[in-house]
Design a protein around this ligand. Structure first.
Ligand SMILES: [Zn+2]
Length: 346
């Protein structure tokens, strides 16, 4: 079977320039090149197949929804938090986090009070991030819940607003040269392709971990809706472990893919280093502040809870040790930190 994607572990510098939309022949082997260089691979242990995505239907827009765009600078990188949508989770928060104690919830409430709606509800944002480099080149991390008719329509508050929010931030679809999908759940890939299967970002390479694609069964919606159209367009690139996307580790800064499996088999996060500071775009390593307050607390829809917990504890240990800022998809605040013990214990 032809594989038009290629691992980041292939030798660098062997490919041509990035193709424009629609110009790539399916089945042609392609190499990540240019700014995308190998930084060393991290072996992923074999994991169980992905669990079904969260069920239910968050609905509605919070009247006090936060600003759609928030910006922080890390050296030469500008990181923009882009709010695609906001909703109420369909299940109670205790059902979503069955092991969380009253003390866990109390600590979580201090970190993200807006997550606590009336009764036992969970209020959550659906957020993407853009990393803008000098010259306006953009790496987009996740693409939200998508338009009406996207796979997230069954439970998420579609349509999301990402295209308008990007425009407000001064980012045109053609400015995006890389789309990092932290994982292949429908609330994270919604604006990757149109319902007709056309890549929304015509100049972008779409980057996902090889283990994430490998774990998808042939009939999974993520495969038919987003993976196969991106393959046909020659736009899907499979990274294999830790991979530097842009820059060097120091002193200029870097953008690096970090495998953080567990929520899904090939889940990845993104580390931005610049100006002596660090930011971690976590994806769904943690989906609620209760998992920030108490990393041992499992989310009911994690594919492999033990591995997810290990990834979460390692990521948060790193953040605590280095004073990293956290950028999460579902907390009701665009940036958390620099993450510190003091924030949890005040
Ligand atoms: Zn999610």
């Amino acid at each position: 079977m032809n594989d038009p994607t290629i691992s980041a572990a292939m030798p660098a510098g062997t490919a041509g320039t990035a193709a424009t939309a629609g110009s790539s022949a399916p089945g042609r082997r392609r190499v990540l090149r240019g700014a995308l260089a190998l930084a060393g691979a991290v072996a992923l242990r074999p994991l169980a197949a992905a669990a079904a995505p969260a069920a239910g239907t968050p609905t509605g827009e919070a009247p006090s929804a936060p600003a759609a765009v928030a910006v922080r600078r890390f050296g030469r990188y500008e990181v923009l938090a882009l709010l695609d949508a906001h909703g109420t989770f369909p299940a109670t928060r205790q059902a979503a986090f069955p092991d969380a104690t009253a003390a866990d919830w109390e600590r979580a409430r201090r970190l993200d009070p807006a997550a606590f709606g009336t009764g036992d509800t969970w209020e959550l944002d659906f957020r993407c991030y853009a990393v803008r480099r000098p010259g306006g080149r953009v790496t987009l991390v996740d693409t939200g819940i998508g338009p009406v008719g996207s796979p997230a329509s069954g439970w998420a508050p579609v349509p999301g607003r990402l295209p308008a929010v990007l425009a407000r931030a001064g980012i045109a679809p053609g400015d995006v040269e890389a789309v990092v999908l932290t994982h292949l759940h429908e609330d994270h890939y919604g604006w990757s392709v149109t319902p007709e299967g056309v890549p929304v970002f015509p100049n972008a390479r779409y980057l996902v971990q090889r283990a994430e694609v490998a774990a998808l069964g042939p009939t999974r919606t993520a495969r038919t809706y987003v993976v196969e159209p991106l393959l046909r367009a020659g736009r899907l690139y499979e990274a294999d472990g830790r991979t530097v996307l842009s820059g060097r580790a120091r002193p200029g800064g870097a953008v690096t893919l970090l495998p953080t499996p567990g929520h899904t088999p090939g889940h990845q996060s993104v580390l931005v280093e610049g100006g002596g500071e660090r930011l971690l775009v976590t994806g769904d390593v943690l989906v609620h502040a209760v998992q920030l307050a108490s990393p041992a607390v499992r989310y009911a829809h994690e594919a492999d809870p033990a591995t997810a917990r290990r990834s979460r504890e390692q990521l948060l240990d790193d953040a605590r040790r280095t004073g990293a800022v956290l950028a999460t998809a579902h907390l009701n605040r665009p940036f958390v930190g620099p993450w510190s013990v003091a924030e949890l214990t005040r």
